[in-house]
Design a protein around this ligand. Sequence first.
Ligand code: PXL
Length: 270
Amino acid sequence: MKPKSKILIIAGSDSSGGAGIQADIKTITSLGGYAMTAITAVTSQNTTGVNSIMPVNYKEISKQIEFTCRDIQPDAIKIGMLHSSKVINSVLSSLEKIKVNKIVLDPVMVAKGGTRLIDKNSTEMLKKKMLNKVSLITPNIPEAEIITKTKINSKEDMIFAANILLNLGAKNVLIKGGHLKKQNIIDVFVNKKEISIFKNKKINTKNTHGTGCTLSSAITAYFACGKTLKKSCEMAIKYVNEAIASRPNYGKGHGPINHLNSIEIKRRFL
Ligand code: PXL
């Protein structure tokens, strides 16, 4: 099988393999895409938490993006962890040079255990400079609360916050409702013309490390091969749900989900 699309991932490395660049590559690969990377930071972590973060110099991040794309033009880009305002500025300037229209931004701020993955000034930069340059932004509830300066406790609050994001310049918004203490998970997709609510049964497990990275990569993979953003969100949510349902239960903390869920491995390799 030949890859269906080419995707550049701009994100941080998670040594435990469940989130970050590793989750992104696994997801895009298992959905039939060709993954390229620009690594923004190297974290050492396991399922119990983040041990250390080594930022990659912003000039090196831009070089990875520009040199890679000069040769292989991506159909779409997924952006994850951008830890500082210098990195955000540098990524923005590289994006202008490479001219890719389909960009999905996961505004990563805090890891599952509570470690900050982005410094405080950068949140404002993401909001003021990057939000309006991307096709879709996919905040979870805490991230949407920080960017919109609102409290979110219900579906109505999510729609309200999503509209604030549209007014700030976002073209499409997916707010993920997994943090609300409800039996069903509600994700809200909004643009100027439509509102779609995706409702799924919550799977009771602490093994959800990397769900945000995985979801945004899956959306990018579907979007890159021509699906609408709404359809891409719907299909990506299904992929993540199935990956959570078939999680392997690795590690003592928040374990990874099953990125391989969508692929069949030929018996002769097992
Ligand atoms: O899930 C957010 C995230 C993004 N990027 C990296 C991470 C994490 C969470 O741990 O490690 C590199």
